[in-house]
Design a protein around this ligand. Structure first.
Ligand code: 28F
Length: 655
């Protein structure tokens, strides 16, 4: 691909930038935080492409105090020559023509491109201004801006304000620098979120072995130094696996990895088993996370099962007469990262994060099988494969024992189920789409909620004590827990591999717990449980966190509620002189009327929808909070000392 002549001529011109400003959602999904970050990713993606093609080794991202952001790479620099047909420079084409950059060109072998894959021009269209510098012996500069033109009564966007010129200023640098300020009239909020940006850059550094990515945040209080972080992982996906397994106990020291191309698809994976019982597979297509899975994951799982069984037979752990082990046996405690790069990707699913290309399955399966077989040839890896097989045989043993126990208990079980559901105050309505299940902390709050609820559509399930921390438990132990079984039977849709959304009896599952440490813990345990055993419930947006108010501000018959400290100040002003404040320490302190008004009434309540798009992060949080490593938990809690911060678990994953 490097031998290919590739200049301004190759760019295809399709549409003007007005269309983007007219309908931002069509190009960047939304004008919320996701869309805002999307226009940064478009620029970062181009720099990543340049690096992935072998021309750049370093990318620097900077967030400025004025709300602008810049990205710089040390690649070849966007072509500055003039496009013969249009008479404008390559730089101008890249930033003013939609679909520029050759991404949609057949012969240009580029894998990059996000959900919308529309390129840097979209960033320009949605920016107040955008400046480009190209370093090729001398410094070239160009600038664009967006403004309302009163003469034509029209918003002009991404208009060249300084045409590309060679400043003749000498430079040793090579590459491209792009600096832009998101248009505040387009986005709901123009603050880049440090956590979101740093997390994604770190992920990109893992996915692009050896690439150095620097993040500098200058938005610090006066007198403070900017925050600078450097990411560079010479181990690539292996380092990613080690990172994901922080706080867990690996079964072998170094992850194993493999990379190959098959039928035009580039496939790379790294795996490392731990002493945990759950599986965590994190997959990517063209550097984009695919938490909903898809054909690449299917191929990968099948490939692992096949090749590990071959390994088990080759080592003699499985005899001719023995049946194969199951995929789930080999995946117990497995942390795996799968990265696939291919053309013409189609994303499907609820959050468009599922790979819908069936042609990806077989090549991934083949490469996985070949990869494991080849790694197995390496005699030094013998102890690694022995551990993997041993772990899988242990899992199979438990699986068989659990099945026996289940069969024995079945008769008894069906009777028990009846009494379990007895704790539930069901609703009378028969339409699951309208029905809501409130899982309420404590019997007393549960009682209040029963008084407060709308019988037709709202069911109440009080939880006595804490449900089991499911993170470290095997399925049979989890199912032995009464609180957990109550939840499973109340929802009516099964669990684990048998979970079936179609049987779900409540389309909103609302966790209602106190705003204190205990409440946070219960919330975490429940989310972990749903994450592990009913992930589709979360993926399809059925899980919510109810938000009871923290304060009541009142005077005679004026009553206002505040859900956080900031709001409290506003409410105090509304109520005015002579106000009184009640701080709610728990749900139990509210009357049924108050609970209804503030927390349960669909017209007035605040609900946070839990939307786990980011399995990697949830995985980490869950491990830190729920795992048995006290140190990791302490560290996490120290960093998130304010218990309200646990909402980052929800905020972050729903951004
Ligand atoms: C800060 C963001 O955008 N880096 C980029 C290049 C390099 C080339 C290129 C980009 C040419 C004809 C489109 C250079 N030399 N960082 C970036 N680095 N785009 S974007 O070419 C764009 C194509 O149509 C480049 C030779 N070939 C390509």
């Amino acid at each position: 691909m490097s031998s290919q002549k590739y200049s301004a001529e190759d760019i295809k011109i399709l549409e003007g930038l007005d269309a983007v400003r007219l309908r931002p959602g069509m190009y960047i999904g939304s004008t919320g935080p996701k869309g805002l970050h999307h226009i940064l990713w478009e620029i970062v993606d181009n720099a990543i492409d340049e690096a992935a093609n072998g021309f750049a080794s370093r990318i620097a991202v900077k967030l400025y105090a004025d709300g602008s952001a810049s990205v710089e790479d040390n690649g070849r620099g966007i072509p500055t020559d003039i496009h013969p047909k249009t008479g404008v420079s390559g730089v101008e084409v890249v930033f003013t023509q939609l679909h520029a950059g050759g991404k949609f060109d057949e012969h240009n072998y580029s894998f990059s491109g996000g959900l919308h894959g529309v390129g840097a021009s979209v960033t320009n269209a949605l920016s107040e201004w955008l400046k480009v510098e190209v370093y090729r012996n001398t410094v070239y500069k160009m600038a664009f801006r967006s403004y309302f033109d009163e003469k034509v009564n029209k918003y002009m966007c991404g208009i060249p304000s300084e045409h590309l010129r060679d400043t003749k200023e000498k430079t040793d640098k090579k590459g491209t620098f792009v600096h832009f300020k998101p248009d505040a009239t387009v986005f709901d909020n123009v603050n880049f979120n440090f956590d979101v940006v740093s997390k994604r850059l770190k992920e990109l550094a893992f996915l692009n072995k050896g690439l150095e990515i620097e993040l500098c945040d200058e938005r610090v209080p006066e007198g403070k130094n900017p925050i600078t972080i450097n990411y560079k992982y010479d181990g690539g996906l292996k380092d990613f696996a080690v990172y994901l397994n922080e706080g867990k106990t690996p079964l072998y020291n170094e992850p194993i990895s493999y990379k190959a191309e098959k039928d035009g698809i580039l496939i790379e994976f790294a795996i490392q088993h731990t002493s945990e019982f759950t599986e965590s597979l994190i997959s990517f297509v063209n550097n984009i996370p695919t938490p909903e899975g898809g054909y690449h994951e299917t191929g990968f799982r099948t490939g692992l099962t096949k090749s590990f069984n071959d390994v088990a037979r080759a080592t003699g752990a499985l005899k001719d007469k023995d049946p194969n082990l199951l995929g789930e046996d080999f995946r117990e405690g497995l942390t795996a990262i799968l990265s696939v790069k291919m053309k013409n990707v189609q994303f499907e699913g609820q959050t468009k994060t599922k790979l819908g290309n069936p042609e990806a399955r077989v090549p991934v399966e083949t490469v996985t099988t070949e990869g494991i077989a080849q790694l197995f040839q390496d005699k030094q890896l013998k102890p690694v494969f022995d551990e993997i097989v041993k772990k899988a045989q242990g899992a199979a043993k438990v699986r068989l024992a659990a099945r026996q126990a289940k069969e024995l208990a079945r008769a008894k079980n069906s009777i028990e189920n009846l009494t379990l559901v007895g704790k539930l105050s069901a609703c009378t309505g028969r339409k699951p789409e309208l029905n809501e299940l409130f899982i309420v902390e404590g019997d007393s709050a549960g009682g209040t909620a029963k008084q407060a609820r709308m019988r037709q559509t709202q069911a109440i399930l009080p939880l006595r004590g804490k449900p089991l921390n499911v993170e470290k438990k095997r399925t049979d132990q989890v199912l032995a827990n009464e609180e957990i079984r109550t939840i499973i039977s109340a929802l009516g849709a099964g669990y684990g591999g048998d979970f079936n959304l179609e049987d779900l009896k409540y389309h909103k599952v609302i966790i209602l717990s106190d705003a204190d440490q205990d409440g946070m813990h219960i919330r975490c345990i429940l989310l972990t449980f749903f994450f592990r055993y009913m992930r589709d419930l979360i993926n399809n947006g059925h899980v919510y966190i109810g938000m009871p108010p923290l304060y009541k501000v009142y005077k005679k018959d004026v009553v206002e509620y505040a859900y956080d400290d900031e709001e409290l100040q506003k409410k105090i002003e509304i109520v005015g002189k002579g106000y009184q404040i009640q701080r709610y320490k728990g749900l139990g302190e509210m009357s049924d009327e108050q609970l209804w008004e503030t927390t349960m009434d669909p017209a007035r309540r605040n609900l946070i929808q839990v939307n786990i798009e980011d399995a990697a992060e949830a995985e980490q949080m869950v491990t830190a909070l729920m795992g048995d490593r006290v140190e990791a938990r302490k560290e996490f809690l120290a960093q998130n000392a304010n218990f309200n911060k646990i909402d980052t678990f929800i905020d972050k994953v729903s951004l």
